[in-house]
Design a binder for this molecule. Structure first.
Ligand SMILES: Nc1ncnc2c1ncn2[C@@H]1O[C@H](COP(=O)(O)OP(=O)(O)OP(=O)(O)O)[C@@H](O)[C@H]1O
Ligand SMILES: [Mg+2]
Length: 359
């Protein structure tokens, strides 16, 4: 089912806006992730879609129907909460089966589906445990099993893996992708972990302080971010202050400290003779030792630090005119790395440099 969030704003009491005019469409069967730092409004938006709080302004539509006056239990939507609530008087079986009791399945069918769901979240054999006998991560998995069992058309997941260790988390990510493929339900997933967002989603919506910064596929977001906020939040990156000398369609020439080079941009985003930010990923940059005569076309930088990472060398470099260090991730071949204290020349393919507007 498609989900439309139209002009949604929310204010708790007299506080600042927790959500500011959010417009977002989730396609039927899509896996969409809301990504952003703590406090940016992710849980608030999920609660509004689930019907647990009413937005101060705006509407939510499901398959075109306005949901404003539909209570949570009447929406074909299920939510896995950030802090899962389990019934303390019920064991794991009872908690998972809870929502299904009303559906009126036979006992055998009910038990079959509960065991299936417990297998899915890797908790077979836990059906008789009480909630106080579970770890935080196990509780999250019980809550996930309970939500999946109801086979909702739209599943809202609020950081369901946050209490799990990395190994289980990676396994559960694979399970979630499979559950999504199998159920074909629309998933709206919340996380502040950019790695998880990129790994799981069809599209990612990046939030910055209650506002939607941008929505894109993981690859687009990584390779061609449209905002400095998203570029910095997703993956490791370098953001350099540059002057845009010239722009021809989506190709720009930018300059910094006597160096000039090519970059790409979205038309209309940046104009000629303006200031811009150049965004380049660490792995897109090549570093070569500065020739003895000091003449090179690349951007001049001094090596501050180098660390061996197995498959690569991580460099930290200083560039004149930049407050922050530049990061370069170079494949570890048998070449000797550029030593600390040496001067290097940096270059990259213009297609890997994105120039964004700077006010
Ligand atoms: N019940 C509430 N009453 C007042 N303010 C609230 C309430 N719930 C959340 N807020 C505030 O609204 C803003 C958004 O909160 P929200 O829980 O949506 O953030 P979040 O993006 O889910 O963060 P996190 O990643 O930490 O879970 C925050 O500034 C938060 O302090
Ligand atoms: Mg939250």
């Amino acid at each position: 089912m498609s989900l439309d969030i139209v002009g949604v704003s929310h204010r708790y009491g007299h506080a600042d806006l927790a959500l500011d005019s959010v417009d977002l469409r989730v396609e039927p069967g899509e896996f969409l992730t809301l990504l952003g730092p703590s406090g940016c409004g992710k849980t608030t938006l999920l609660r509004i879609v689930g019907g647990f709080i009413a937005p101060t302004e705006g509407t939510v539509r499901l398959a075109g129907d306005d949901l404003t006056s539909v209570p949570p239990n009447r929406r074909p939507v299920n939510m896995v909460f950030q802090r899962p609530l389990l019934f303390p008087h019920l064991d794991v079986f009872g908690n998972v089966a809870f929502g299904l009791r009303r559906v009126g399945l036979g006992r055998d069918e009910l038990a079959r589906r509960v065991y299936e769901a417990l297998e899915l979240v890797r908790l077979p054999g836990y059906q008789r445990r009480r909630s106080h006998e579970l770890s935080g991560g196990q509780m999250q998995r019980v809550a996930l099993a309970r939500a999946l069992l109801l086979r909702p058309r739209v599943l809202l997941l609020d950081e369901p893996l946050s209490a799990l260790d990395l190994k289980v988390r990676l396994e559960m990510e694979a399970e979630l992708r499979r559950m999504h493929r199998d159920t074909r339900a629309t998933f709206v997933y919340v996380t502040h972990d950019q790695r998880e967002a990129l790994a799981l989603s069809d599209r990612v919506a990046v939030f910055d302080g209650g506002r939607l910064a941008e929505v894109a596929t993981p690859a687009e977001l990584y390779r061609r971010p449209r905002s400095v906020f998203a570029a910095r939040f997703v993956g490791d990156t370098n953001v350099l202050p540059v002057d845009v000398l010239e722009r021809n369609g989506s190709v720009a020439t930018v300059a910094m400290n006597g160096w000039r080079g090519g970059a790409t941009c979205d038309v209309d985003d940046v104009g000629s003779h303006r200031r811009g930010w150049l965004v380049v990923r660490p792995e897109a940059i090549r570093a070569v030792p500065m020739p003895a005569d000091g003449r090179a076309d690349g951007l001049r930088a001094a090596v501050h630090d180098v660390a061996f990472r197995g498959s690569s060398y991580s460099y930290r470099l200083a560039v004149d005119g930049m407050d922050t260090e530049l990061k370069v991730e170079a494949p570890a071949t048998d070449r000797h790395p550029c030593p600390v204290g040496s001067t290097v020349s940096l270059s990259w393919d213009p297609a890997d440099g994105r120039v964004l507007a700077r006010e």
